[in-house]
Design a protein around this ligand. Structure first.
Ligand SMILES: [Zn+2]
Length: 280
């Protein structure tokens, strides 16, 4: 795992301007990240349980720079709130639809983290008690009904091609009929989130971005069918303002936070050296 991610980091560093200092590494993780120390408690779709990717990656790279980790949907919310469609909006939820489904919640202008940092695991809300088994050990979770595998199954995309599902969805000019049902189910699930948090904007990221383009009416109908009238009044369902890159931009933003908080300490010569070593 460390070697693969380290190779990706090296590729990014090589693409940076010559002499640019490496201020830190920001990582998005599709799973539960402990806020206190960045330990990944569970990333089921990667098979990680209590893994500390930060130290593994630094060892693989042979450098010592700050590594920040956070949940993917939380980073999407951070980026969209700071620079995307949510600028100036204090109550926003970024719902990430990938292999798993999760939500990053900004409430009253603050990121909602929960006591350990695990808030927003909406993919494991019970959606259908008689539904399919979920990898989390439960049954009928929201993500078993609308996650990547459910979408792939609905449109006849082979299991081994789920990794390219985004390209498949982007290739449709009109939606395959089965996506109407998935869109409606997505809307129904979103209604639970809207009823709980009363956001002004729900940003649909990951594969849900393509679903929103293809079946916006079905998603809206699902939301309208199940959401209480009052929180529905001001609700907007939106595409990410930052396109497909919200989560990665959020990771970059998080990695820069220590530097912006203390620029002198953050730009030590050793960081520039680390950058040149990796690029070499
Ligand atoms: Zn589950």
């Amino acid at each position: 795992m460390g070697a693969g991610i380290a190779a990706l980091v090296r590729r990014v560093v090589r693409g940076a301007p010559a002499g640019a200092p490496l201020a830190g590494i920001g990582m998005s993780v599709p799973g539960l990240v402990r806020r206190s120390d960045g330990l990944v408690r569970l990333a089921p779709n990667l098979g990680w349980v209590d893994v500390s990717p930060g130290s593994i990656i630094l060892a693989a790279l042979g450098v010592d720079v700050p590594v920040s980790l956070a949940n993917d949907a939380d980073l999407g919310a951070l980026a969209e709130h700071g620079r995307g469609v949510g600028v100036g909006i204090d109550d926003l939820i970024f719902v990430s639809g990938n292999v798993g489904v999760g939500a990053g919640v900004v409430a009253g202008g603050q990121r909602l983290e929960g006591s350990g940092g695990y808030a927003g695991e909406v993919g494991h809300m019970v959606f259908d008690p008689e539904g399919r088994d979920c990898h989390c050990g439960s049954r009928g979770c929201f993500e078993t009904e609308v996650g990547a595998h459910a979408i792939a199954e609905a449109i006849g995309c082979p299991v081994d091609a789920v990794g390219s599902l985004g390209d498949v969805l982007d290739g449709y000019a009109t939606p395959p009929p089965a996506l109407h049902r998935i869109g409606h189910q997505l809307g129904e699930g979103l209604s639970g989130i809207v009823n709980a948090f009363n956001p002004q904007v729900v940003v649909l990221g990951g594969y849900f971005r393509a679903l929103h383009r293809l079946v916006p009416g079905d998603i809206a109908a699902g939301v309208h069918a199940r959401t209480l009238p009052a929180p529905l009044e001001s609700l907007v369902l939106s595409q990410p303002g930052l396109g497909a890159d919200s989560i990665l931009l959020g990771a970059a933003e998080m990695a820069l936070e220590p530097l912006l908080a203390d620029p002198v300490a953050g730009l030590q010569a050793s960081l520039a050296e680390a950058s040149s070593r990796l690029a070499g």
